[in-house]
Design a protein around this ligand. Structure first.
Ligand SMILES: C[S@@+](CC[C@H](N)C(=O)[O-])C[C@H]1O[C@@H](n2cnc3c(N)ncnc32)[C@H](O)[C@@H]1O
Length: 212
């Protein structure tokens, strides 16, 4: 069963006229595109939404599996891929019930997938296990500071601090992986109607160690 925000919420949001989070990839993936192109061949995008990151990774030449609970989002993901001339492997599934791959991909991109605190470490454990040795996790989301920015700017994220990130919690979740980068701070988002305005963000890159 979906934890946190129900599927119907996402279906409804993705039925609106404009892409909820825009069509441009997350700034985290954009910023690391050289490393992704050189080191990665396969990617998993859990909670792909309307497909902006999955399509970007496919355009970099990666073979991409994109998963989401919302069939409405997945249809738009498919349409975005078609418009960009790339193909994706799309899966409609609840990530808490899905049969996740093991040691299968070079990259997992978890963008703005906010779930209740108790469910988050187990979900991130799945990210880690899905990676091949040497593979990368790219993670972006809102920090607990975002509650303040939501009140003033409505710049995105669930209005529940328990679903937002802290650097310590994310470091704990990905302990055992090398921390390549972890940044928190305030930036003005410009990613569609639901990610617009000053926002408190966390962006992180972790790498699974090569097995010796
Ligand atoms: C805030 S949106 C982010 C979408 C996309 N990652 C992006 O940044 O554009 C959160 C996404 O998580 C998906 N989601 C939430 N809970 C899920 C679950 N349990 N299983 C699969 N997808 C889920 C929603 O359907 C939605 O597409």
């Amino acid at each position: 069963m979906t934890q946190g925000i129900p599927k119907e919420f996402w279906d409804s949001r993705f039925s609106e006229a404009a892409p909820a989070y825009g069509e441009r990839a997350s700034r985290l993936l954009l910023g690391w595109s050289n490393l992704i192109s050189s080191d990665c061949r396969t990617a998993l995008v859990p909670a792909c939404g309307q497909g902006r990151d999955a399509v970007f990774l496919a355009k970099l030449g990666l073979s991409v599996t994109a998963v989401d609970v919302s069939p409405v989002g997945l249809r738009q993901c498919s349409e975005l891929a078609r418009r960009h001339g790339v193909s994706l492997s799309l899966v409609e599934a609840d990530l808490f019930e899905w049969d996740w791959p093991e040691a299968d991909v070079d990259l997992v991109a978890g963008m703005f997938l906010h779930v209740p605190t108790g469910a988050r470490p187990g979900l991130h454990e799945r990210f880690k296990r899905a990676l091949k040795p040497g593979g990368y996790v790219f993670l972006e989301g809102f920090t607990t500071e975002q509650i303040r920015f939501q009140e003033t700017y409505q710049s995105g994220g669930p209005p529940d601090a328990a679903m937002l990130y802290s650097a310590d919690a994310i470091r704990d979740d990905f302990s055992g992986l090398a921390e390549i980068s972890l940044m928190t701070g305030v930036e003005t988002l410009d990613e569609g109607p639901y990610h617009t305005g000053p926002a408190a963000l966390l962006r992180a890159v972790f790498q699974k160690q090569d097995s010796k």
